[in-house]
Write a new protein. Structure first.
Length: 299
């Protein structure tokens, strides 16, 4: 069984949005995904997000998504929360993916704001509510206006929090003021979706992280979180500052690109990217090595 969660931390505290490993010819690497999932849980993750943006969900098929969820559940489902990314900009398709993830055995759902079609707030409310109505799984909203083009307004978040299965929000809005109000008024479990803001979001009420840099620094993220929870603000700040080169380096370009490069440097499963994403140049790889080393990552 997956670790017991609480209403305050329905998916645990430290989660990594896992990349999707591919083979050299671009096919899904099931064995690599299972090995990477096990490595990340061993490193200290309470949960993994599968088929999110970092998992290259825009370029994986529905069948591949299903395979990946099942494979990761088989590898770590008794030790970690496995949360399936099911959000698209088509409510019907999102519901289909949600039901497939439930059937596969996922522990929860991550639903991103519909992108490109820029719905109004009432459209967002109906979209997320329809997803939450479609299964018995707990839902984490994913608010990332930089990708979706539309923020989830605080009033909409508060209304969505009334749904019994909408229990959390992944915040990549980058607005601590709005986050403060939304946390206070909604009661949702709040997860930082922007690694540079992990510590600041904890200070206004977040319960944990959905991280990209967790691929390479999960123990440090856990130590930062523990220091905060133990009231040691100085230690938490010191860890945050030590990790600044990692936070910066992993997002000098698109995060999936740098994450797969970092994993390859460590000899961990990653594989190639699917277009339109492309590999780092040699110069960019050299800079990534410098950034990771400056943050204490062993390569």
């Amino acid at each position: 069984m997956a670790p017991i969660s609480t209403p305050q931390t329905p998916f645990g505290r430290v989660l990594t949005a896992m990349v999707t490993p591919f083979t050299a010819d671009g096919a899904l690497d099931i064995d690599g995904a299972q090995r990477l999932a096990a490595h990340l849980v061993d490193a200290g993750n309470d949960g993994l997000i599968i088929n999110g943006t970092t998992g290259e969900s825009p370029t994986t098929s529905d069948a591949e998504k299903d395979q990946l969820v099942r494979a990761v559940l088989e590898a770590v489902g008794d030790r970690a929360q496995v949360v399936a990314g099911i959000g698209t900009n088509d409510t019907r398709h999102s519901i289909e993916l949600a039901r497939a993830a439930e059937h596969a055995g996922a522990h929860g759902l991550l639903a991103v704001t519909p992108y490109y079609n820029k719905p109004p707030q009432e459209g967002l409310r109906r979209h997320f509510s329809a997803i939450a109505d479609a299964t018995e799984l707990p839902v984490m909203l994913y608010d990332i206006p930089g990708r979706s083009g539309v923020p989830i307004d605080t009033e909409t978040i508060v209304r969505l929090a009334e749904h019994p299965r909408i229990v959390a929000n992944k915040d990549a809005k980058g607005d601590l003021g709005r986050a403060s109000w939304a946390i206070a008024r909604s009661g949702l479990a709040w997860y930082s979706g922007d690694d540079m803001l992990n510590l600041p979001l904890l200070s206004v009420g977040a319960v944990g992280f959905v991280s990209v840099v967790g691929h390479v620094v999960t123990p440090e993220l856990r130590a930062l979180l523990d220091a905060h929870l133990n009231g040691d603000a100085q230690k938490a700040t010191e860890i945050h500052q030590r990790l600044l080169p990692v936070f910066t380096g992993m997002f000098r370009t698109q995060g999936v690109i740098t994450t797969k490069a970092a994993l390859a440097l460590q000899g961990l499963p990653s594989g190639p990217l699917r277009l339109p994403l492309v590999e780092l140049s040699p110069e960019e790889t050299d800079q990534l090595k410098i950034d990771l080393a400056a943050g204490g990552v062993q390569l």
